[in-house]
Design a protein around this ligand. Structure first.
Ligand code: FAD
Length: 594
């Protein structure tokens, strides 16, 4: 697959995309293309048997829709990303890698693929777009799985219901596709986009991603699924189960057990259609930034935030960002620091002086009245008691201030500026550590101290952002590492593991994690002798007796894989059990790697 050609993106983002590609190219020190390689076979397969199985698959969905992954792997970059593996790898580039990529044309093809997989006992890994960077990209958890590129052909916006403010989409609809479609129709509805708009509306919601308008809880705003089950049959959830219903995108719960959750961060089916609610544009909005002078202000900010969130005064998902995250949008590590290793405290202080604070709260107020001024006063007053804090409306900030970009995200307009921080170090890649925290001083301070100490120990700059929900915060900690430097990469991975364990000991669990850490995070959710995991395993085994769909997703393994060496606990260099991977010693001396 070539990544050199034109970038396929909406015209309004073309220039920004070209610029982002240039910066990304300039940040590369090595061309991350692997050498000649043989195909990563599915478990228990010989090459001959695999090619025979693939030939059958070609007959089912068309020769042109099946690619055997036997070419060098190319990491590409965000907008020209691989569907074959994780572009931000933490183990070997050739580890979380597909044997083959299949591109179904329609739901019947998906059903045919699932039946084929049951017959041949080949694991499948469905992706919608596969831009799950920081969480595993397009890479399958089981090496040699068939990646199902759901979005390649199945990319239609099936319906936009202006009156009820909802839509029905297929997997390949990106945020910018949906935005462009609404614009073209002259719709007054808004989408809610994550920081970057290249992901799939469906894929992001299924992985419970977040955006930043009042509709930022994407899974919470979905309404109705169509799913191919592990036996190849087709089901609709919610009101979609009623024949001829015209309420599929109107009422989330339907009748009887609510089963939608079994398909989110899960491996019980392949979603082919999803309903989403859209946001009616408000009459007025006001984006704001509040800066806080001292790192120790974190606790006071959280205490002031909580009542505003609980009472619903702050309508959107505000984010509280550390100054290094801010700095990373204006330059890379070398812009600020020439010393070895991560930026020291003294330099961080200077950066904070330059940007006007250690923490920045970005939020937006919305109103159906002519102005938001009454809300602005409430928010401003809530933080004035914190010495040195400064409130700015977006228009009162410098031309290049971040809030002036953020305002687009706050009004559902795709933007690519966030791509910038990934280039903090050469050959930049990142992992997300994302524990949930109550909105309290005690918890936020404890979590921040924990991650800061681990970053210092492992020699990384610490990028913390708290994305604030109605009753909790997603503490998103971006571990930016040089993926061309094996020690740096390994350090990032080890640190992520340590932070998951540290957090678990204090009673904090992650909302989402990288494919390599599924088992580790699921272990944290182990209350009462792993009752939650056991429940999910029971469902998995009942629905998917051949363990076909995404084995290992969220640490849930079907019985064909469970307890047979596929789980990863951190001291492995490969994801494949040692006895299947004779060429490489799987367990390693950790100290030697660091
Ligand atoms: C700089 C940067 C900033 C980011 N900011 C954000 C942010 O603000 N918010 C956020 O949420 N994320 C963020 N991300 C992470 C990521 O890019 C997005 O979450 C992205 O939307 C996920 O990729 P995707 O939409 O292509 O989903 P996919 O990769 O297609 O899907 C994600 C997962 O969902 C499952 N899945 C997908 N489709 C199906 C299907 N049809 N059936 C069954 N299972 C399926 C699979 O397990 C898959 O691995 C950021 C990443 C970067 C690099």
């Amino acid at each position: 697959m070539s990544f050199q050609g034109p970038i396929k993106i909406s015209p309004r983002l073309q220039e920004q995309a070209e610029r982002a590609r240039e910066i990304n190219e300039a940040n590369k020190t090595v061309e991350p293309i692997s050498g000649p390689r043989s195909v990563a076979l599915p478990p228990d397969y010989t090459e001959e048997r695999f090619y025979a199985a693939a030939a059958t698959l070609r007959k089912l969905i068309g020769n042109e829709n099946v690619d055997i992954v036997d070419q060098p792997l190319n990491d590409g970059w965000y907008l020209q990303h691989p569907k074959t593996h994780d572009a931000f790898q933490v183990l070997d580039q050739d580890d979380f890698v597909a044997s083959c990529v299949a591109r179904p044309r329609h739901t019947e093809d998906v059903q045919a693929i699932v039946r084929w997989a049951n017959e041949y006992l080949i694991p499948l890994w469905p992706i919608s777009i596969g831009r799950n960077l920081g969480y595993g990209g397009a890479g399958p958890r089981v090496r040699g799985s068939v990646v199902i590129d759901m979005g390649h052909h199945m990319n239609r916006i099936l319906e936009v219901n202006e009156r009820e403010a909802s839509c029905l989409v297929e997997p390949g609809v990106t945020y910018y596709n949906l935005y462009d479609c609404l614009q073209a129709q002259g719709s007054s509805l808004w989408i809610d986009t994550p920081d970057l708009p290249g992901g799939s509306v469906m894929g992001n919601a299924l992985d419970r991603g977040v955006g930043y308008t009042p509709y930022g809880d994407h899974w919470g705003k979905h309404c109705g699924l169509e799913v191919v089950l592990p036996d190849g049959s087709l089901m609709r959830t919610g009101m979609g189960a009623v024949d001829g219903a015209n309420t599929w995108q109107s009422f989330q719960h339907g009748f009887g057990p609510s089963v939608d959750g079994l398909f989110s961060q899960a491996n019980n089916g392949i979603v082919t259609k999803m309903g989403m609610w859209l946001m009616p544009s408000p009459k007025s909005m006001q984006a704001y930034q509040i800066s806080f002078k001292r790192e120790e202000d974190l606790g006071a900010v959280c205490e002031a935030l909580r009542p505003l969130m609980v009472r619903g005064v702050l309508g959107n998902v505000p984010s509280l960002r550390h100054v290094l995250q801010e700095a990373a949008l204006h330059g890379n590590q070398r812009t600020y620091y020439k010393g070895p290793g991560p930026i020291d405290e003294e330099t961080t202080e200077k950066i904070a002086e330059r940007f006007g604070g250690y923490w920045f709260l970005y939020g937006c107020l919305y109103s159906d009245e002519d102005s938001c001024d009454h809300l602005v006063d409430v928010v401003r007053d809530a933080f004035t008691h914190i010495p040195g804090s400064a409130f700015y409306k977006s228009d009162d900030t410098p031309e290049d201030s971040y809030i002036r970009t953020r305002i687009q995200i706050f009004s559902g307009q795709p933007n690519l500026r966030e791509l910038g921080w990934v280039n903090w170090v050469p050959d930049g890649a990142h992992l997300f550590f994302a524990p949930i925290s109550p909105i309290t001083a005690k918890d936020a301070e404890k979590q921040f101290k924990m991650v800061k100490e681990r970053h210092r120990q492992y020699g990384f700059d610490c990028f913390s952002t708290f994305c604030v929900g109605p009753r909790e915060m997603h503490h998103i900690c971006c571990i930016i590492y040089n993926k061309a430097d094996p020690k740096h990469k390994w350090g990032a991975y080890r640190m992520l593991r340590d932070m998951i364990r540290d957090a678990g000991k204090e009673g904090y669990g992650e909302y989402r994690t990288h494919i390599s850490c599924f088992d580790e995070v699921m272990k944290v959710y182990g209350w009462n002798n792993n009752a939650f995991l056991k429940f999910n395993e029971t469902i998995k085994d009942a629905l998917d007796p051949n363990s076909i769909i995404a084995p290992g997703k969220s640490g849930i393994w079907g019985r064909r894989f469970r307890g047979k060496g596929w789980e990863l606990w951190g001291d492995e260099t490969r994801s494949v059990p040692a006895e299947r991977d004779g060429s490489l010693s799987r367990r390693i001396n950790i100290e030697e790697r660091l």
